[in-house]
Each structure stands twice: as C-alpha cells, then as structure tokens.
Ligand binder design. Structure first.
Ligand SMILES: CC(C)(COP(=O)(O)OP(=O)(O)OC[C@H]1O[C@@H](n2cnc3c(N)ncnc32)[C@H](O)[C@@H]1OP(=O)(O)O)[C@@H](O)C(=O)NCCC(=O)NCCS
Length: 179
C-alpha cells in the first residue's frame, strides 16, 4: 500500500521578497509555532477574525491555535509567513485549507496581519497554498468571506471567480479551478 504524502510537509521553506523589499519566509506551521500563532491571532482586529472565520464559525481559542499548528496531515495544509526579528521571528500571515471528504475539493482561508497588508503577503501565501493543493490533486478551492476590497482584489489577482452567497448578501463565495 502506498502512503499519501502529507499536505503539510515541515521540510518545505520558501523565501519571498515583498513589495517593499522585505523578505519573508513561508513554511508550514509546526506545533512549536503555537506561541507565534497565538500572538498573531491576538493581534488581529475583530473584523478580520470575522472575515477569516466566516466559513468556519469558530471562536478563537486554544483549539484554533492547535488546529492551525497541528494540521491533520492526510487532509489539511497550513502555512505561515514569518519575518525575522531580534531573537526569533514573528508570524505576519497564515493560509490554510481543509479538503472535503471527496479529497478533490477544499475550503481555504488566508489572513494577514493588518500592519502587513497590501505588501504582497497574501499573494505569496496563496501562491504556495495553491501549489501544495495542486500537488495533492485538488481540483477546486473555495473560500468564503464578508465582502471587502482586500479579499476581492486578492481573489481576482489569483484567478478566483466570486459570487454573492445566495443565502447571505454580505458574504462572497470564491472558487478557483485548478488545472
Ligand atoms: C484579504 C487579505 C488576506 C489580503 O492580504 P494582503 O497581504 O493585503 O494581500 P496582498 O498585499 O497580497 O494584495 C493582493 C492584491 O490586493 C490588493 N489589496 C489588498 N488589500 C487591499 C485593500 N484593502 N484595498 C484595495 N486593494 C487591496 C493589493 O494592492 C494587491 O493588488 P495589486 O498588486 O494590484 O496592488 C487581507 O486583507 C486579510 O487578511 N483580510 C482579512 C481576512 C480575509 O478576508 N481573508 C480572505 C478570505 S478567507
């Protein structure tokens, strides 16, 4: 029996230069990132939490930190963008997907620290998340968020099709077909 490769592989690290010249490292979140993830989530304003978790409807608590830093290898991928600071690194963005039971569709989220938005962090995170999804045979990615310009601009850049949620006009559903 062949083992399926894990969606989050700790050995992968990408170095990316942002629009302002700063360098970020993009890599899978690991259990040892839980303090960085907690600090990242604590720094997000409530509106960003609502936008991020609209599809998941979860309050931010230790279970969320654990889910993001210990993704289920057979169906989840979680990557973060990290910036070196004196004595370590800080997390400035996170992107994740969870596959649906059919294994070829997934639901994704991406959130960037407001102090780091509009610099290209969302783009680099989603670029690598999409790459991982492709490698694992995922054919469609979905995201749901409250309507706002940042999500629309990023979704459009990445090639997602957007449509208003039929049940809630304040929510937009995004869909990307992977070839
Ligand atoms: C959506 C989000 C992840 C974008 O992250 P980001 O790091 O700012 O995105 P990027 O810098 O990579 O920007 C990608 C494009 O969107 C544009 N953009 C991003 N935020 C924007 C804003 N608030 N207004 C206008 N354009 C915006 C950027 O300018 C860029 O386009 P350009 O290259 O043509 O200028 C961020 O706004 C966020 O965390 N929002 C809350 C959570 C959320 O809604 N997530 C999405 C659904 S799960």
């Amino acid at each position: 029996m062949t083992m399926k490769p894990a969606h989050s592989q700790s050995s992968r690290i990408w170095t990316e230069r942002l629009r302002d010249g700063l360098v970020v490292q993009v890599r899978p979140l690991l259990p040892q990132d839980c303090n960085r993830e907690r600090a990242f989530l604590a720094h997000l304003p409530e509106e960003n939490l609502a936008q991020r978790f609209v599809g998941l409807v979860k309050p931010i608590d230790e279970a969320v930190v654990r889910d993001l830093t210990c993704p289920a290898p057979e169906c989840e991928a979680t990557i973060g963008a990290f910036v070196p600071v004196k004595g370590g690194e800080i997390e400035v963005g996170v992107a994740a997907y969870v596959t649906r039971p059919d294994g070829v569709h997934c639901d994704c989220t991406v959130t960037v620290d407001p102090d780091w938005q509009k610099l290209g962090v969302g783009r680099v995170l989603m670029k690598h998340l999409i790459e991982i999804a492709r490698e694992h045979g995922i054919r469609r990615m979905y995201a749901m968020t409250e309507c706002h310009t940042g999500a629309h601009a990023l979704g459009e850049y990445l090639g997602f099709h957007s449509r208003p949620d039929p049940e809630d006009p304040h929510v937009t559903t995004f869909e990307l077909v992977l070839h």
